[in-house]
Design a binder for this molecule. Sequence first.
Ligand code: T3D
Length: 264
Amino acid sequence: MPDSPALLAIDGAVATITLNRPDVLNAIDEGLIRTLRDHVDRVADDPAIRAVVLTGAGRGFCAGADLAAALAERAADPQAPIGDGLRTFYHPVVTRLVEMEKPLVTAVNGVAAGAGMSLALAGDVVIAGRSAEFLQAFAKIGLVPDVGSTWLLPRAVGGVKARALTMLAEKIGADEAERLGMVWRVVADDQLAAEAAKTAARLAAMPTRALAMIKRALNDTFSNTLAEQLEVEADLQTQAGRTEDFREGVAAFLGKRPPAFKGR
Ligand code: T3D
């Protein structure tokens, strides 16, 4: 049986999804995006999974959409609407990654280009191997950024850098990406998997519902006024204050013991 284009491994409360078309730097064809969508839905819906890692097999994280497949589609119908495929396959994936109620660690093990860079930036914690590279490849081939890049990138680096990165389409290295604010931490390539697993395990032991609410508040912040954001915080704090994990956190603090959060 051929290898699946995206692998799912579950270890306790941590799920790891690995993009798995290494010969083409994990470029995304229909098989990969469908499988990825299934895995993302599975881990997002499972309350026993409390943190997710997304990474790539081989020397690349993800080179974006498979251009050979894209060319074949255009050959069949030059006017075929690319947006339809984005809506059907890609949008549910990136939306779920950004909105799922658990933290996502992206472990960027090599080049992240085009839609692959969008997936990398969807991480709540983005960790890069030293040899990782980031490329807004779209303008190089006459396309515009998609799969959330125009939403994610300005939030990470600000408008000035986002414009230059997307228009000049220059590949940047991991250290530069960290300097610009796209990456939380850069580690040695041979430490990346361990660092991502350690970070995910740490997040999986934290109060999951509070982390989910932090994620929601931070997703909302750039489109809200201060007054609206204060309301978001107050609503979420009411919900957080009713969780079992909040009671446990306070009891552990007062009892001078480590908390045992259950994600409830
Ligand atoms: O129709 C739609 O769905 C449109 C949606 C668009 C969303 C997008 O993501 S558009 C952006 C698409 N991606 C790109 O334009 C990036 C294309 N790739 C590159 O620019 C370079 O490959 C990289 C900078 C990413 C890496 O360069 P390098 O020198 O490290 O590797 P390479 O030799 O170019 O690639 C290795 C192999 O992967 C090579 O195959 P080969 O020659 O060994 O048989 C190459 O053709 C293949 N590959 C790399 N990227 C893609 C790809 N094959 C298909 N699609 C790719 N995107």
